[in-house]
Design a protein around this ligand. Sequence first.
Ligand SMILES: N[C@@H](CCC(=O)N[C@@H](CS)C(=O)NCC(=O)O)C(=O)O
Length: 275
Amino acid sequence: MLPPLAWAYGAGVMIAAMAKPKTKSKPPLPKPTARNVRKTSPPAKPISLYFWPTPNGKKIAIMLEETGLSYVLQPVNIGRGEQFKPEFLAISPNNRMPAIVDPEGPGGKPISVFESGAILQYLGRKSGRFYPVADRARVAVEEWLYWQVGGLGPMAGQVHHFRNYVTEPQPYATQRYINEVNRLYGVMDRRLGSRDYLAGSYSIADMAAFPWAVGAESKGQNIDDFPNVKAWIERVGRRSAVIRGMHVGAELRSATYSLRDDEEAKKILFGQRSR
Ligand SMILES: N[C@@H](CCC(=O)N[C@@H](CS)C(=O)NCC(=O)O)C(=O)O
């Protein structure tokens, strides 16, 4: 038999079921518990993060961890060609991850976003965090965000390529990109000589640069030549959201995985041409 007043959730609505009171006295009000208190706003629908554990993917995982926005991982195994599936190309026509789908985008309607810089800006606007609104501060964040997306990331990527994946040694190309990454670390070091973070306060620009700045040795650099970058890496790398973000998706690859030994992945990733 129902208690005098029973509360239950049904499809997000609270239903009150009344039993006939035996006396005219008011039934006791139900005590608020986790089950019967109406939530003022329904839980947010999670953002889908199309992801593989690489530096570009980790930028977005860090931002999602920093903001606490709810998200679900949608693994895209780029070493097995999943970036060419039509359903992925529909949201990321450049066949690159990361990409996101936010079911609660502008106007409450779904939106997809590709390109890590655009995703960070979108999440910054959505959360109101790590992407200042005041124009002067916003310009500084954008300068360093674009500096990473157009400079540090692609140049470091070329160093990785020519150091690790070529069949014939290519000394000229290897040195060219090591030099350019050296120049970029120098620019960053000077910038960080007078401030703790790239754009003054911690922002999406730092989140974008961090996964590409760590592991200087793998890019042919000695981190001790760049003491301000070294201190910044320690500062940013201590943040718990950054630690979590850098580990997102670790289970997708074995701890000993090396693209160098993955012939199938190299065939898919290198030498792509227009399709
Ligand atoms: N400019 C893009 C670069 C993204 C990118 O290069 N992603 C790589 C992994 S780090 C990828 O998805 N590669 C798949 C492929 O080469 O087919 C961004 O910043 O989002």
